[in-house]
Design a protein around this ligand. Structure first.
Ligand code: ZN
Length: 458
């Protein structure tokens, strides 16, 4: 049976209702990159599709990273001395910095404020904050509530556990006629937020649920992983399978009212890039296409130079660019069912187009051409070509002035650009042009990365 929307076993309206009710179910669960919130979320997904749950023990080395301790939390609050709850984890799990260590004590307001995050420009939103690789604790609060706190002392309590355990992820493979695969990846590490990224999770779940009824040429691999560390772990454990991945998409931010944005794969001219643009064109609706940049979601790992897989990301409003992003305003009310339905439809159409064009020959002709190197230019090789290095270990950010924000931002971008494109075929000059950063900044940052042995002159 060829895959066509008209042959779906349910109407798009029914599928949309299913996606939305799964978001509602998953929304209250406190997820992080590890822990019972991830397991519980995978269990709910498993009621829809037969995913396999994988557990990797704390301390396992995955490329340049180490699986962290597992984090679980029961409760957390701040009360005034009369016992009135000022901050309550039970009301929103965003109130706690993810990976907060346990603590129970009385504390001065001044001291407490050093551990509170708020957004003065968006005073009614609770921000989302994490501290995975730096053991500390913290609360997040609406700025309007923070400025009302004026007692001298408060009682704080965080009942959490940070101990050896596992990193958990889910995987489901629809076996097609061929071993050639389409990768559909979404992340399950964010607590109570909808667009980023329960929307991606439910679209992936619905695709898996309905595509498995068709006889497919491609195999389709679905990943439900914690962002970054999950992608790195999967790639580490499945290095030998990555050659089968012929096309891939990262699902993120698919439920808001914005138009579609397609972020191309690092190669930029692969079949998945052409196919997504074709399908978006045919939709006759407004959309944007942006070139690959080496930050964002898990395309960073799948498109790291050692893998350089044809993986793009089709989203609606881009992460970081909409006001509700990483706050309590990215909630159920922010979801638009029509958008969710269209997102499912576009992904379904992309996969059916890939199926229609399935031929070995076509795939083989897509192998990247060798690039010609230019004389008298500086070329480097990343010493961690497979996924990003864990930058926190290298003590990089203090090294570069940072008197004003732009300088720090430029340094961060330069680091990501140089690490991702130091593959021996992009010179520093080309990296500067592609990143839109000043060549002097690129050169200075390259020297810094060289001193940390993160890149070597080629
Ligand atoms: Zn996010």
């Amino acid at each position: 049976m060829t895959i066509e929307i008209s042959k779906l076993s349910e109407s798009l309206e029914v599928i949309t209702e299913e996606m939305f009710s799964l978001i509602q179910e998953l929304f209250p669960i406190c997820r992080s990159i590890t822990g019972n919130g991830v397991r519980e979320s995978l269990e709910r997904i498993k009621e829809n599709i037969p995913i396999t749950k994988h557990e990797i023990p704390t301390g396992t080395k995955v490329f340049d990273w180490i699986i962290p301790k597992e984090w679980n939390i029961k409760d957390a609050y701040v009360t005034d001395l009369n016992g009135k709850k000022i901050i309550d984890f039970q009301k929103s799990n965003l109130h706690i910095v993810s990976y907060s260590t346990p603590i129970k004590k009385q504390i001065s307001l001044d001291e407490l404020k050093k551990h509170i995050f708020s957004i003065p420009e968006k005073p009614d939103y609770i921000p989302y904050a994490t501290s995975y690789y730096n053991e500390t604790w913290g609360f997040c609060l609406e700025h309007n509530k923070l400025i009302e706190m004026n007692d001298e002392k408060y009682n704080i309590s965080i009942e959490s556990k940070l101990e050896d355990g596992f990193l958990t992820y889910g995987e489901f493979l629809i076996e097609g006629e061929s071993k050639d695969e389409i990768l559909i990846s979404s992340y399950i590490c964010h607590p109570s937020m909808c667009n980023d990224n329960l929307s991606g999770v439910v679209v992936a779940t619905a695709l898996a649920k309905y595509l498995k009824n068709f006889k497919l040429k491609y195999s389709i691999r679905f990943l439900f992983i914690p962002e970054t560390i999950g992608a790195i772990s999967w790639l580490y454990l499945n290095k030998n399978k990555t050659n089968n991945i012929k096309h891939g998409l990262i699902l993120t931010c698919l439920g808001d009212s914005g138009h579609f944005i397609y972020k191309k794969s690092r190669r930029g001219d692969t079949e998945i890039d052409e196919t997504v643009v074709k399908i978006l064109n045919e939709s006759k609706k407004k959309f944007e296409v942006v070139d690959f940049f080496p930050w964002g979601s898990d395309e960073r790992q799948f498109c790291s130079p050692g893998f350089n897989l044809p993986v793009g990301s089709l989203m609606r409003s881009m992460y970081g660019k909409f006001p509700e992003y990483h706050t309590s305003a990215d909630n159920l009310e922010f979801m638009n069912k029509n958008s969710l339905q269209e997102s499912f439809e576009q992904y379904f159409l992309i996969i059916s187009e890939l199926e229609k064009n399935f031929t070995k020959a076509k795939i083989e002709s897509k192998i990247m051409k060798e690039k010609v190197r230019l004389e008298h230019e500086d070329y480097f090789l990343s010493t961690n070509p497979n996924c990003e290095p864990q930058l926190g270990k290298y003590d990089l950010y203090e090294k570069f002035g940072g008197q004003y924000d732009k300088e720090k931002d430029d340094l961060k971008s330069a680091i990501f650009w140089i690490l991702n494109f130091s593959d021996g075929s992009h010179s520093l000059k080309e990296i500067a042009a592609r990143s839109n950063l000043d060549l002097e900044i690129i050169k200075k940052t390259a020297l810094l990365l060289e001193s940390k042995k993160l890149i070597l002159r080629d």
